[in-house]
Design a protein around this ligand. Structure first.
Ligand code: DGJ
Length: 738
């Protein structure tokens, strides 16, 4: 479909006004210019142009709305220096720069050589399209046969992937101390606003905003894994951008190890975003003939606000990233034992929970921590992956068979990368834990991190998992990871290779997950790291869902889950209904509200069902049944965050619309009513304006002044009045096209 031409100012890389035609739902394409020195990469509603300039360096020509060709763009040309302080290499929006030639901003690459040289000057060597959707631009150092292969892959969902392979074809070895995937250059604009996600244990995915200003803002994890504290995602608006309108340039890095994204405004007012491996403590030797490939750095552009930027990422994750892409199955309703029984798991106790869970309509029963080794609490057992004979004298079979007979599948918790010093594994192989020889090992939660980069550790971890899954009818693994790195030493390899641990550990993690899935094709896996500490597009290629946060308080969850959806699709966001008062903040929230919050992601139940009253169990069964009706919309529909447009603290609304607009579901939550004020009016989004929709509240008693039917135009234009009152009130309304 071709939309009307629009006029657009200043999105190309010099001040200009370009007349553009925007295409919607266009295929992903790569068009070389006639001179084969410029390429237009188009994906969804975005185009991105790169060209080789007069200094033979690849330069970003354009990143913005889809355009038909590079013909109207200014030529690729090094920009002039700004006094002697800012040479052209600093002032020109270059695609991939090594440190050298006077570059003072964050380099994508930094290398050192045995002869004392520590710079590279990367210039164009050749380009080829290895597939219709993939472009490879090869750069070579001006002196040494050292190559950087820049890869670009376009996806119809509106995403461009970039990554780089550094190849040493020289006769000597070299060491990389910095290897980024890509630098993304934005069109000039003094008003950019950055959004990013920070957090902590129990408080992940908190949205932050600030102006992009001169200097560098570093988003990073140095912790060996993705981290709770910062997530590898960014979004930039032009100062006018809102949830529903305005341009957004966004991206996320697919890496589950230490990572860094530097958002930089230069002296020349260029905004450049460089991301990849974290250079902190990074040293990666490349012997002659060796190469290193960086993680994928995905990015996109939309003219339709932050909500659409998220939906592009959601569609991309569902269509490309997730292991079951392009058509992930619906996530089952799950029960997890952790908050119910803690480490105190037993055959009888779990069977009793399974029986109650099945009656609620639960589809997957998961035993959490505590079933293995000598695991009574978090002091012992990690590493010893045999079934604890006191807790499960007949093995896991009685619980698994019971779950299966009750119509549920079965999952189990593992934390494969860790070891307690009080374990048989550690007593046998103390050298398997990360450490610097002769120095203390810092424990966290009484555990140490196994060095998964070691081939023997990799073999052990794969071996026990394969064994566990092969010998027991296990359908699902909750793969946990409960501490970050300290002392990342690896003294069994030569000194020069020891810091490759940052890359090889994560590569082995991915390869274990991939091999396990290949051998057990029906196995599903959840990525958990003390909650949402390892959520990124890297791990999501191998895991079907994530544990969003250990914080299961429904009020806190609203902001955690809303932040999550900026970067990740809500269908993978596991959310449990748990007991009150909540273990973390002692808050007591009504059951319906707790269900409604959890139902806006992938529903789970984590309370002690043995203590739930008959009334609570009946109400819960009804909620589960209702969730199953709206689950396709929640997990696979288009998410519209309506909370930002409401703009009233304490009122939250989320809408999920079927891609064909035939159906929608709206979740509304009120924290606390004040002064008798009515719940703010809600303007829906994404409906078919011409169609009439029937509106049905989940609870008829809460219908209030809700119309029984209304046109899409009315619902999107007028303010829908929902009746929510008092504290912790919530409602769900379904819409069906008539
Ligand atoms: C941390 C996880 O986030 C929890 O859900 C639970 O699995 C515990 N670990 C178990 O130790």
């Amino acid at each position: 479909m071709i939309l009307p031409a629009i006029r657009l100012a200043c999105t190309a890389f010099s001040i200009c006004t370009v007349s553009l035609t925007v295409f919607a739902q266009q295929p992903a394409t790569i068009q070389p210019a006639p001179d084969s020195k410029a390429w237009l990469l188009s994906a969804g509603e975005m185009s991105y142009a790169v060209a080789i300039n007069d200094a033979k360096m690849p330069q970003t020509l354009y990143w913005g709305p889809r355009i038909p060709s590079v013909a109207g763009l200014p030529p690729a040309k090094m920009h002039p220096e700004i006094a002697s302080q800012e040479p052209p290499i600093n002032t020109t929006p270059l695609e991939y720069t090594a440190w050298g030639g006077g570059l003072d901003y964050t380099p994508a690459l930094k290398a050192s050589f045995p002869d004392g040289n520590r710079e590279l000057t990367l210039v164009f060597d050749k380009a080829e399209q290895s597939a219709p959707d993939t472009l490879e631009i090869t750069l070579k150092d001006a002196i040494e046969p050292v190559y950087a292969h820049l890869y670009y892959q376009v996806f119809p969902q509106g995403v461009l992937a970039r990554w780089t392979e550094i190849e040493n074809r020289s006769r000597t070895s070299m060491t990389l101390s910095n290897a980024a995937s890509a630098t993304w250059n934005l069109p000039p604009n003094p008003l950019y606003q950055l959004a990013w996600l920070t957090g902590r244990w129990g408080g992940e995915f908190q949205l932050q905003r600030d102006a992009v200003s001169p200097g560098t803002r570093v988003l990073e994890s140095r912790r060996g894994s993705t981290s709770h504290q910062s997530n590898p995602w960014f979004s930039i608006g032009d100062g006018t951008t809102t949830e529903n309108s305005g341009p957004v340039w966004f991206g996320e890095l697919a890496w589950s190890g230490s990572w860094r994204i530097a958002v930089e405004e230069t002296e020349a007012k260029n905004v450049r975003i460089t991301g990849g491996y974290n250079p902190f403590d990074f040293a990666y030797p490349l012997a002659p003939g060796a190469s290193l490939t960086t993680p994928r750095f995905y990015a996109g552009y939309t003219a339709s606000g932050e909500g659409e930027a998220s939906r592009i990422l959601h569609r991309f994750q569902q269509g490309v990233i997730l292991p079951q892409a392009p058509k992930p199955k619906l996530r089952p309703v799950l029960f997890n034992s952790w908050e119910a029984t803690g480490f105190d798991v037993s055959e009888a106790g779990q069977i009793s929970l399974a029986e109650r869970a099945a009656k609620l309509g639960v589809e997957r029963f998961v035993i959490d921590d505590g079933w293995f080794g000598q695991r009574k609490d978090d002091h012992a057992g990690l590493g010893d992956w045999y079934i604890n004979p006191q807790k499960f004298p007949h093995g896991l079979a009685p619980v698994i068979d019971c779950a299966h007979q009750l119509g549920m599948d079965f999952g189990i918790w593992v934390e494969p990368e860790m070891v307690n010093p009080d374990s048989d594994l550690y007593r046998k192989h103390p050298e398997w834990a990360m450490n610097f020889p002769g120095r203390p090992r810092a424990e966290a939660r009484n555990q140490l991190v196994l060095n998964l980069a070691r081939p023997d550790v990799r073999a052990y971890v794969f071996g026990f998992l394969d064994d566990l899954v092969s010998k027991n009818k296990i359908d699902f693994l909750k793969w946990d990871y409960n501490r970050t790195w300290s002392e990342p030493g690896w003294d069994q390899v030569p000194l020069a290779e020891q810091q490759t641990i940052y890359v090889k550990y994560v590569e082995n993690l991915y390869s274990i997950l991939a091999e396990l899935r290949k051998k057990h094709p029906n196995l599903e896996i959840e990525s958990c790291s003390s909650g949402g500490g390892r959520v990124d597009d890297g791990i999501l290629r191998y895991t079907d869902e994530v544990w969003t946060s250990d914080n299961t308080d429904a009020l806190d969850r609203l902001s955690i889950q809303e932040g999550f959806t900026h970067a990740y699709t809500p269908g993978i966001m596991m959310a449990w209904v748990t007991d009150v008062p909540n273990f973390l903040d002692r808050r007591s929230i009504p059951l319906d509200f707790r269900f409604h919050v959890a139902m806006s992601g992938s529903l789970g139940i984590g309370g002690n069902l043995n203590k739930w009253t008959d009334e609570e169990l009946t109400a819960s069964a009804a909620q589960v049944a209702f969730y199953k009706q709206v689950r396709p919309l929640v997990q696979q529909g288009l998410l519209y965050r309506l909370t930002p447009s409401i703009g009233e603290p304490g009122a939250w609304v989320t809408e999920y619309v079927a891609p064909d607009k035939s159906e929608a579901v709206v979740f509304a939550y009120l924290h606390s009513q004040q002064f008798g004020s009515p719940f703010p009016g809600v303007q829906l989004q994404g409906l078919d304006a011409a169609a009439t929709y029937a509106l049905t509240p989940q609870d008829e008693a809460k219908a209030g002044s809700l119309p029984q039917r209304a046109t899409g135009a009315e619902l999107m234009g007028g303010k829908l009045q929902l009746t929510l009152r008092g504290d912790y009130d919530s409602t769900i309304v379904r819409l069906k096209k008539e």
